[in-house]
Design a protein around this ligand. Structure first.
Ligand code: SF4
Length: 391
């Protein structure tokens, strides 16, 4: 299965003839383990359109990750990159075991060219963090991102173990073992049924250096419930009005930076090129796996690290569509005065069958309301300081 746009309709050759050039990948997301010890009800890997995890090896073998390491190093060299980031992902990556991850990170570091930086991050549900895992993180300078959806009672409604028990107690145990210098931040999928301030303050109690607030993956074929704008605005005001900055919230900081004319950093807003590539446990090179929420095979490129360098997918329509900024937007978004800030929202949230990804985000109204609110708050503060405001 494919989509009309970009797969059939995006003319990559014409873009290249017109002078556009791809942005090299900076993040390699390695799916080291396909399975998870939790069964969160919104997880795009297991509960949404694409079910390809069923056909892949449960765990990545050494031969595959060594080839992926060579491809990553070659990519850094070919594009003269100062550094790249290796993101260990799953499923739950700690299911691979600390011994295997120790070998894997060691092999990546050994393959990476001298003089180029390889940052290593693991995205985990934290329930399997123990002393051995912390020693691994310390040994290899790994930063750890943890998924948690707020207070225990809210988190445990959605983030459960297969037998129905909640995961919050296990996450709490894992987070308390994690030294502050290993902690990259918390990732929270928004549930508008939860109290936004209680959720934010529960996350804050772990002193995260950063919080990523994520809209759950949805699209025009599987639309979300409402209430996201009000939830986000309540957290924005609580965060913005704090007497000192308590943590970094990437979505809010990006909206503020974009409103002031700067670049965005995330896939949720803005028009910056996305420079992420995924390697599955069988070595398949794939697009960002959030597209699994759209339709079966939406992430597939037909390439594998066994045969191909990462450059082989740099001109894939699904990669190009996420790198060409406003040219990837449909007419509605391009006519929208917010499009340079909003960027049409997360690419996966624009999907509608059968035409594909050239639609406004299914969260359009929520994004517009948040951006207007942030703009009004900043404008009021600038006026209060007698600084010029461009309306
Ligand atoms: S998704 Fe909505 S708010 Fe965002 S650019 Fe498109 S039309 Fe504007």
């Amino acid at each position: 299965m494919s989509s009309d746009w970009p797969d059939a309709a995006l003319d990559v050759e014409a873009l290249l003839r017109a002078g556009w050039r791809p942005t090299p990948f900076r993040d390699v997301v390695l799916k080291v383990h396909q399975r998870c010890n939790l069964a969160c009800d919104y997880c795009y890997v297991y509960t949404m359109a694409d079910q390809s995890w069923r056909d892949r090896p449960a765990v990545m073998d050494r031969r595959t990750w060594r080839i992926a390491a060579r491809r990553t190093a070659a990519h850094a060299d070919a594009h003269d990159l100062d550094g790249m980031r290796l993101v260990l992902h799953g499923g739950e990556p700690l299911l691979a075991g600390t011994a295997r991850l120790d070998e894997l990170i060691g092999d990546f570091r050994a393959a990476f060219p001298a003089g180029r930086r390889l940052e290593v991050l693991i995205q985990t549900n934290a329930t399997l963090i123990d002393e051995a895992a912390v020693a691994l993180f310390d040994r290899h300078d790994v930063r750890v991102g943890v998924s948690l959806d707020g207070p225990a009672e809210a988190n445990d409604l959605r983030r459960r173990r297969p037998d129905g028990r909640g995961s919050a107690a296990g996450v709490d145990r894992g987070l308390r073992l994690l030294p502050p210098d290993r902690f990259a931040g918390l990732l929270c999928v928004i549930d508008p049924a939860t109290d936004p301030i209680a959720c934010y303050e529960a996350l804050l109690s772990y002193r995260p250096p950063a919080i990523d607030l994520l809209l759950p993956h949805a699209n025009w074929d599987s639309p979300p419930a409402g209430g996201y704008a009000q939830w986000l605005i309540a957290v924005f005001d609580r965060w913005y009005d704090a007497p000192r900055q308590e943590t970094s919230i990437r979505l809010f900081e990006d909206v503020m930076t974009l409103l002031l004319g700067g670049p965005g950093r995330s896939e949720q807003v803005g028009l910056s090129p996305v420079a992420v590539v995924v390697v599955e446990t069988d070595g398949a090179i794939e697009l960002v796996d959030s597209l699994k929420s759209a339709y079966p095979g939406a992430c597939a490129t037909g390439r594998n690290v066994a045969d191909d360098e990462f450059d082989a997918v740099l001109r894939h329509p699904g990669v190009v569509a996420r790198q060409i900024g406003a040219d990837a937007l449909g007419d509605t978004c391009r006519a929208c005065p917010l499009h340079r800030v909003c960027g049409g929202g997360h690419y996966a949230h624009r999907y509608r069958s059968p035409d594909g990804f050239r639609n406004p985000s299914v969260y359009c109204a929520d994004l517009a309301a948040l951006i207007h609110h942030v703009r009004d708050r900043i404008a009021a503060d600038l006026r209060a300081q007698s600084l010029p405001v461009r309306e």
